[in-house]
Design a protein around this ligand. Structure first.
Ligand SMILES: Nc1ncnc2c1ncn2[C@@H]1O[C@H](COP(=O)(O)OP(=O)(O)OP(=O)(O)O)[C@@H](O)[C@H]1O
Ligand SMILES: [Mg+2]
Length: 420
């Protein structure tokens, strides 16, 4: 059976317009004049980049805000929609400033798109001004920029791989994509085996490194660059890895917060972070999937996989309204004598075209798994799907550069400068 090549359309440009930087743990209060802006803020509030921020929003203008904060502390950021003439707005902002605590920033959404007015607002200490109507990605990017800091490092992209069912080949695909990105396409990659009790990354790369993954997850605030570098196992020049202990000496119960510090650290250390997820829907696993820049769901063409893929795609679409849907990889197509659901029917049911459909190819896959090798090193021809998946991930990051090394000049420009 031959590889069914790349099928899906390029991902939405919406996600590309958004920065991949999470907004820090700040308190935000939004005062909206129109229901359109109220709904837009509600959409921004559930965005994955806003996961750590706490955002309250209500209808009301400057008066409501002033009344609310006359005798109460102000949050880190006030979003104020105000569609009034410039002079009146400046006067109202002056009164709002009187009740604001030092350190509170104000972002205004207004009707004027006059650059002189924008400059006047900036001179008066307003942090940013968006012309209405605006949208959730623009708002999130503007908030992110406020808290980015001048010395902010570029963050690597995270890609989470999960199987629609156990044993479908998700880890094999994650490992081979990580290796393709690092060894063939020359990106700096960190592969994290999140399947703590049963992970196979150590076996697949023939690496016998201690408990890198567990220590990284359990170090919390103590996880600094030095410790993190020490925990990484080196697979090749550009591929480093956090190995799962894969022992059952103790149970592994992770909290939602445990994973944040680790992912933050990994993203400052490599341009791509590949998360090999277990087939699990716990709170931390869901958080990681929702927060990832890209999600790849692997499924084999049977009924249970089809139902689970549909559930996963729907849940992730709902939780990531401002992002492209997950990528679908169909795997193990054409197992002899096994009845299977036709690709067209599978696609129709889940509402998503597969990025690639990988044939059941037991010889190279079995040899690679048992020898601790990558498919490319066993049978280069069978590794084509991993190149296609890697290219698609690079495309969605806006950085498709075959043979590119680490950070590119364009990718270093902020969205604002890029559109200037
Ligand atoms: N296209 C394929 N053809 C043949 N064998 C395959 C193919 N894809 C994966 N396999 C084999 O299937 C087995 C399971 O793969 P893998 O461990 O990657 O699945 P998984 O979805 O990560 O499983 P788990 O639920 O345990 O995490 C491995 O032995 C692997 O070599
Ligand atoms: Mg796995």
């Amino acid at each position: 059976m031959t590889l069914i090549s790349t099928i899906s359309e390029p991902q939405s440009t919406l996600a590309e317009a958004l920065s991949n930087r999470p907004v820090p743990k700040i308190r935000i209060a939004a005062f909206c004049e129109t229901t359109e802006t109220h709904d837009m803020v509600a959409l921004a509030a559930i965005d994955r980049r806003m996961m750590r921020a706490n955002i309250d929003f209500q209808m009301g203008g400057t008066k409501t805000a002033i009344r609310q904060y006359s005798n109460a502390p102000t949050p880190d950021l006030i979003l104020l929609e105000r569609q009034v003439p410039g002079d009146l707005l400046l006067e109202e902002l002056g009164r709002l400033a009187e009740v604001c605590d030092a350190g509170t920033r104000v972002l205004v959404i207004g009707a004027s798109n006059d650059i002189r007015f924008y400059r006047t607002l900036m001179d008066r200490g307003i942090s940013d001004y968006l012309v209405s109507p605006t949208d959730a990605p623009t708002l999130i990017t503007a908030i992110g920029r406020l808290y980015e800091g001048a010395d902010a490092q570029k963050l690597g992209r995270t890609c989470a791989f999960i199987g629609a069912k156990g044993g479908v080949g998700s880890s094999t695909i994650a490992h081979n994509v990580a290796s393709t990105l690092a060894d063939r396409l020359q990106y700096d990659v960190i592969l994290a085996d999140m399947d703590l009790p049963f992970g196979t990354a150590g076996l697949d790369f023939n690496i016998d490194s201690a408990q890198g993954m567990v220590e990284a997850l359990e170090s919390g605030d103590k996880l600094d660059e030095l410790l993190f570098e020490r925990l990484l196992g080196k697979c090749s020049e550009r591929l480093r890895m956090l190995v799962a202990p894969a022992t059952l000496e103790r149970p592994y119960d992770l909290g939602e917060e445990d994973v944040d510090a680790f992912v933050d650290m990994a993203r400052t250390s490599a341009s791509h972070v590949v998360l090999d997820m277990p087939h699990l829907w716990s709170s931390w696993a869901r958080r990681m999937l929702v927060a990832a820049d890209d999600v790849v769901v692997t499924a084999v063409p049977d009924l249970a996989n089809m139902r689970n893929t549909k559930s996963l795609v729907e849940a992730l679409r709902k939780a990531r309204p401002n992002d492209a849907p997950p990528r679908l990889v169909l795997n193990q197509i054409g197992v002899p004598k096994r009845p299977e659901i036709k690709i067209a029917d599978f696609v129709k049911a889940v509402g998503l075209d597969p990025l690639v459909a990988i044939p059941f190819d037991p010889k190279p896959f079995g040899t690679a798994a048992n020898n601790g090798q990558m498919i490319f090193d066993v049978a280069a021809r069978s590794a084509k799907p991993f190149a296609a998946i890697s290219e698609a991930l690079l495309e969605s990051s806006g950085g498709k550069r075959r043979g590119g090394k680490g950070w590119g000049f364009l990718s270093r420009l902020s969205p604002r400068r890029r559109s200037a």
